[in-house]
Every structure is written in C-alpha cells, then in structure tokens.
Ligand binder design. Structure first.
Ligand code: ATP
Ligand code: MG
Length: 551
C-alpha cells in the first residue's frame, strides 16, 4: 500500500491485542453474501479486512455467507472473487463457504436443543410477530417454548428430513422474550425452505439464519477479529450468546465500524439489482454503476479506489462522503499515471496552406514523466480540430483559434487562421490557416505569441472512434431516500459520441488502459467493446470537477 497508514480504532485495538498476546496472529475475513455484485461500500470493507491482515502480517479469508440460496448464484460468486483480486488482494487459502459448515451448524443446533436452549416453534409468521413485542413493549413467550428437549430433537430431526411444509415451523433459541434487545427475544435459528442451493444442491430443506451462522463460521475458521458494519452492533450480544453456549473451538470477537456511504450513489444490492433488471443500466458492470465491476469498466484504477478507502478513514460514526472525493482520488492518480493522447470529438477541417509535406512529430506521452516515452504523430496539411476551438470573432477570454489570430497546436506548430468556409446552413465547415515556421517547441520569431493551445488529429491518419460520455447516474445527492429511485435517474448520464476522431496510436490501446485525451478528460478503452477496427472509449472522469457548474 502506497499511502501513509493513519491510526484508527481498529488498528489501535489489533495492535494492542497482538502486543498483549490476546491473539497470536490476526485473522480477519471478508464475508459477502453472493446475492449481487460488490459495490464501493464493499471495497471499503475489503480494504479494511485485507488491509489489516497485510499490515499486521495476518491472514484474511474470503468466505461466502451463503445461507439464503434463493437469492444467490454462481455468477455472483465468480464476480466477487474477480473483484477482490482486481482490487489487489488475495485471500488466504481456499475460498470458503458458510454452506460447508451446514452439518456442524445442525449438530450445534441439536446441542442447544439438548441443553434446553432451543425449541421448535409452530407459531405462524404473523403470530410470531405479535408475540415478539415492540421496542417499547416486552414480548410474550411462545406457547411452544416449554417443549421438552426430546420432543424438540424429534421435531427438528423431522424438519431436517423434510417432513414438514416450508415455513410451518422454525427452530428458535430460548433466551429472553422480555429483553430490551429484540434480537435476544428467542431469535430464529432455522427455517424450513426447500430451496436448491448452489453449493449443497438439494441436501438441506432447512437453512440457518445469518445470526446463527455468522459467529460460528468465524469460530470454525479461527477468525480473531470479525469486523462488520454498525447495523450489527445490536446483534453482538446474540453473537456472543451462541459462542458462550456452544462447544466452539475458538472465540472470535465482533467489532463494528461505520459503513461507507457516498453521495449520488446507491449501495443497496436490492436497488442496484432493480437498476439492472429495469434496463436502466446495461448490467451490473455498466460504467455508471457504483459496483466494483462498473468502476473498473469506467476506468477507475484499483489503486485509486484503495487510496480513497484509506483516505476516508475508519470510524464508528455514520456519515456521507462526497463522491467528489472518490472522483478526485481517481483524477489525481490518472494525472500522474495516464499517458496523453489526442481525440477530436466534433471535427472541423483545418487546412494548412503553407505546409509543403507531412511531418512526423515526436510528442511526449506525459508532460512530467519521461519514463512514459514519446510517440511519432503525423502532422499533415489537413487536420481535424474541435468545432468549439474555432470562432470567426471572439473576445479576449477566448484563447483558442480566431480568424486572423494565432494558436498553438499541441506538440506542434503555432498556426494563424486566415479564412473559413461555411456550409449551406451557414456553419463553418473548413478553416484555412498558415503554419508559422520553426515554432515546434519555440515561440514565433516575430514575437507574436499565441494565447492558447488546442488539440488536433491528422485528417489523413486519424481514425474514427465511439466515445461514451458518462455523467452521474442520479440527479440528487441522496437517491436512496427517494420513494422511487428510478425517478431520480439522470436522463443524460450516458451520451454516445459517434463523430470522434482519434490519433492512430489509440487504435492499439490495450483494453482497460486509460489515457488523458488532451483538454477533454480521462478515457478508458472499453473492456469489452474496444477493438482496433472499432475503437470505443469510455469517459472515466473530466479534467476538473465541473459537476454543477455550467460547462
Ligand atoms: P445485504 O446484507 O443487504 O445483502 P450487504 O451490503 O450488507 O447487503 P454483504 O454481502 O452482507 O452485503 O456484505 C459483505 C460485507 O461488506 C459485510 O461485512 C458488510 O458489513 C460489508 N459492507 C457492506 N456494505 C458496506 C459499506 N457501505 N461500507 C462498509 N462495509 C460494507
Ligand atoms: Mg449483509
């Protein structure tokens, strides 16, 4: 990791646990449920868990919390592994699955039953809700609470053997129906659900709940610090109750931190799935999505995402981070690392009246990093410049090409516009200019300096390309608060430009490589659609933060 590691409460706690010998080696885990693609919030959890293991010479497991088979799939399992690796992390050992421990969980459930600490409850879901009480009122004991262990064991074995209807009975822990913490009011441990599981097939007609599974998974794997987000704080007493009442091989400890929330972003997997299923975006990896696969396709470098996750810090108070901070981390990284190239979005023909022959100019790939080398670019008497970069008349603020005035062509000569032609609609469609001799890298000898620099592409060697201009997906800072999230989708979040011409070196850009198109922004060769015969670039980010300001 390149960035300075700042201290935070997790690092302090772990440092102290290692120094005092509370644990010999740090073991963390990243425990996604494979029910969607990972998003920027998961990137935070990944950098926390894998980052701590790296920092303290420990281990981090990747464990799928796969206790809800209906919503899970192999596609999600594959994408999650790919995303973790792409972010730059490698889990310790094999990929792990909660479902590998189903038999152990089942035996532990029987243990609780035998100890008189769990019972089979036949209340309907509605009745169970009524018996549970509220935040201000205690719950009431289920009429099935005093079943004897033998009866509970027999019923639970029948649940496991598939003798009962889905949803007809549950196994509950026997804790305290009057606890102020609702999680302790005889929580459900198992439900009957004849669902096909992506790992265990049709072996199990019953599935454990998250609460009954998570701490035991940590215990089986020897996880020392089970780091999760604050919404699990109220579940911690239950996490500890299971560990205290089961013959587990190891005692993990749960520690919570605040989730990462960024403005203009949704991070609920349900909402992200809705965006995909409604066709609002092209898929989970659409470049507008806050998924890791989407950010990757957008051209966000993994290192910039890791840096951002470190910079936002790790605390116990919830907050919303301005998404501009993520964008700025991306921009800073790319400014330093992305090679430069030229692309004209809206081409206007520029004819140089005094250029005797084509020239091959050597242009540096980066203004301050010589190690990025240089390339040869053909300078011909017919060039494309951007239509926005020429005006017949303009005031002094306009520092581009104006009739009778000079401008520098990036990496090439100073030119002076002489005249222009118009099409039938009266629009300028061709500009004639003369080259001022000996001005590559030099000021004109007559002392009349150009005010600005514009980019260009040779009309002879330039290649047409598709450019996808992306903007934020939502028009409001907190889309998750909207009743109908689809109604706050930015209708202009994708604009495809089909007129663009790029310099020929870009045809061979490796997919996923990001360039700064001079004066336009950072663009990535699309991971799937870019090819030498049809170049396709996605806007990663503009050169400046121009959100909300008129362009
Ligand atoms: P859900 O439980 O609704 O499916 P989830 O976002 O909690 O969604 P998980 O797959 O359970 O998804 O998350 C895996 C891990 O990532 C958990 O430890 C969770 O706490 C953490 N995580 C999820 N969202 C964030 C976030 N926004 N910031 C930090 N950590 C997060
Ligand atoms: Mg979760």
């Amino acid at each position: 990791m390149t960035s300075e590691l700042r201290s935070n409460f997790l690092r302090t706690q772990i440092q102290s646990d290692l120094e005092k010998g509370v644990v010999a080696e740090l073991v963390t885990r990243f425990p996604p449920e494979p029910n969607g693609y990972l998003h920027i919030g998961h990137a935070k959890s990944i950098t926390v868990n894998f980052g701590l293991a790296e920092q303290f010479g420990g281990r981090c497991h990747l464990r799928f919390d796969d206790t809800n088979p209906e919503k899970e799939s192999q596609e999600y399992i594959d994408s999650i592994q790919e995303d973790v690796r792409w972010l730059g992390f490698q889990w310790s050992g094999e990929v792990r699955y909660a479902s590998s421990y189903f038999q152990q969980f089942y035996e532990w459930a029987l243990h609780l039953i035998d100890e008189g600490l769990a019972y089979v409850c036949d209340l309907s879901a509605d009745d169970a809700r009524r018996y549970r009480g509220t935040l201000t009122e205690p719950g009431r004991d289920s009429p099935f609470r005093d079943r004897m262990p033998e009866e509970n064991r027999a019923l639970f074995e029948q649940m496991r053997n598939g003798s009962f209807e889905d949803g007809s009975r549950v196994l509950r822990a026997k804790i305290d129906m009057s606890s102020p913490n609702i999680n302790l009011r005889d929580p459900i441990l198992y439900r009957i659900r004849r669902a096909h599981h992506h790992q265990t097939g049709d072996e199990w007609p019953i599935y454990p709940t998250y609460d009954f599974a998570h701490g035991q998974e940590d215990a089986i794997e020897g996880v020392t610090h089970s780091i999760c987000t604050l919404e699990f704080e109220d579940h911690r007493p239950l996490y500890e109750w299971f560990l205290a009442n089961l013959p587990v091989p190891h005692l993990p400890r749960q520690i919570e931190f605040a989730r990462l929330n960024t403005s203009y972003t949704v991070t609920s997997k349900r909402t992200l799935k809705l965006l995909v299923d409604s066709g609002t975006v092209s898929g989970w990896d659409d470049p507008r999505m806050p998924t890791i696969a989407g950010l990757r396709r957008r051209g966000y470098p993994a290192a910039a995402i890791r840096h951002f996750c470190e910079e936002v810090g790790t605390s116990r108070s919830d907050s919303v981070v301005d998404v501009a901070m993520l964008e700025s981390a991306v921009r800073d990284h790319l400014n330093q690392h992305a090679p430069r190239a030229m692309c004209v979005m809206t081409p206007l023909k520029l004819i140089l009246t005094n250029l005797e022959s084509d020239k091959d100019l050597i242009i540096a790939n980066h203004p301050s990093d010589e190690s990025k080398g240089s390339r040869s670019v053909t300078f011909s008497s017919q060039l494309w410049i951007d239509a926005d970069d020429f005006r017949e008349e303009a005031n002094k603020k306009y520092k581009r090409l104006v009739l009778g005035k000079r401008v520098r062509l990036r990496g090439a000569y100073v030119i002076e516009a002489e005249r222009c032609e118009h099409n039938e609609q009266g629009e300028v469609n061709c500009v004639y200019a003369k080259v001022i001799p000996n001005t590559v890298g030099e000021d004109p000898e007559d002392g009349i300096k150009p005010k600005g620099v514009i980019h260009w592409v040779s009309a002879v060697t330039g290649v047409s390309a598709t450019i996808r201009l992306y903007d934020r997906l939502f028009t409001v800072p907190n889309p998750a608060k909207s009743d109908d999230v689809l109604s706050v989708v930015n209708p202009d979040s994708l604009r495809e430009v089909n007129t663009a011409v790029v310099e020929p070196s870009l045809v061979h850009a490796a997919v996923e490589s990001v360039y700064q198109f001079e004066r336009e922004g950072y663009f990535v060769a699309d991971r799937y659609d870019h090819s030498p015969s049809q170049p396709v670039f996605n806007l990663t980010i503009g050169l400046r933060d121009s959100w909300g300001t008129a362009k």
